[in-house]
Design a protein around this ligand. Structure first.
Ligand code: NCD
Length: 321
């Protein structure tokens, strides 16, 4: 392959799994973001194919629902010339009682190199990484972490605001049950941003202060200070009790709407990991408005996942030589 089509190999990258952002150093996060940017350029905005991973096979092992994450990992693998297969728990032998590890071993026996795992149990990808001889990428483990979502959020912010040290980023909504929140907190803090977690007290504990983030319960109080708002979905599927009286009341206090936009900085970035619930965490005019970068986040998801697949697979290939 033409060497000019290869991103430069970053000396500081040695991992063959991506399980979380908590254990990564600032340098490793910067390597991932820089490589993602190179991937975006090499593929002309995530459009063209570059055969950096031909001969490699990735498998999506999804035990929870997904639209964008699964498609994004599949397309990222294909853009790099890899083969990819899809596993969906509801139509698989899991319903016949097969364990996670046995399912994963069966897929690996088909000569798969990289497993991309989404599971409702926090820690599930770590079990696979500890027991299997392949790359493991965490695509969301319950409420714990969603590292590629954190990275694509940071890449999107960095394209507009390169200096994280100057930024105040608010994560608004269901912090208690959000893996996107956790990965953003670890990543943004390492890059030097000021992070605020904001939502009802039943979903945003004061305990978060221990991680160096500011805790707020009133969006209107913090709004004028924010450079970025990341509006998180209420994770009803992970809740056992009702955290607020009604969705209507939640929207009154926390939905980003036109009136609140008037009180925000004029260049504020409006983000959401998706799926968005229009009228709950964000109104349609704001979701589709000029400050929204929600669809840029989706495109950047491809760039980040190409970078993650390439970096981890290359380490595994070098170890096998
Ligand atoms: C997030 C997830 O699954 O954790 N979505 C995503 O990956 N794009 C957030 C959510 O479901 O609300």
């Amino acid at each position: 392959m033409d060497e000019s089509l290869q991103p430069a190999w970053p000396a500081g990258w040695t991992r063959r799994h991506l399980l979380d952002l908590e254990s990564l150093s600032r340098e490793e996060i910067e390597i991932l973001l820089d490589t993602a940017l190179q991937m975006k350029k090499l593929t002309q905005g995530c459009r063209a194919k570059v055969p950096l991973l031909s001969g490699v096979t990735t498998a999506n092992l999804f035990f929870e629902n997904s639209t964008r994450t699964r498609l994004s990992f599949s397309l990222a693998a294909r853009r790099l010339g890899a083969d990819t297969v899809d596993f969906t728990a509801s139509t698989s032998s899991v319903s016949k009682g097969e364990s996670l590890l046995d399912t994963a071993k069966t897929i690996l026996a088909m000569q798969v190199d990289s497993l991309i795992v989404r599971h409702r149990a926090p820690g599930a990808p770590y079990i696979l990484a500890d027991n299997l001889d392949c790359c493991v990428i965490n695509a969301g483990d319950g409420p714990h972490e969603h590292p590629t979502q954190g990275l694509l959020d940071m890449l999107t912010i960095r394209e507009h605001r390169p200096r994280f040290e100057d930024l105040t980023v608010a994560l608004v909504g269901d912090i208690a049950h959000s893996r996107t929140a956790r990965s953003n907190i670890w990543g943004l803090k390492k890059l030097g941003a000021h992070v605020i977690v904001c939502g009802p007290a039943t979903l945003v504990s004061r305990q978060w202060e221990k991680f160096g983030v500011e805790v707020a319960h009133r969006l209107d109080d913090i709004l004028p200070r924010c450079d970025v708002l990341n509006l998180l979905r209420i994770q009803f599927e992970r809740q056992y009790t009702r955290p607020f009286p009604s969705v209507h009341e939640y929207a009154l206090l926390y939905a980003m709407n036109r009136q609140r936009m008037e009180r925000a900085k004029s260049d504020i970035l409006i983000m959401a990991p998706g799926p968005i619930n229009r009228g709950v965490e964000i109104t349609p005019d704001v979701a589709d408005g000029p400050q929204s970068v929600i669809l840029d986040q989706v495109t950047n998801g491809l760039a980040v996942r190409m970078a993650v697949l390439w970096l981890t697979c290359r380490v595994a290939q070098q170890a096998a030589v």
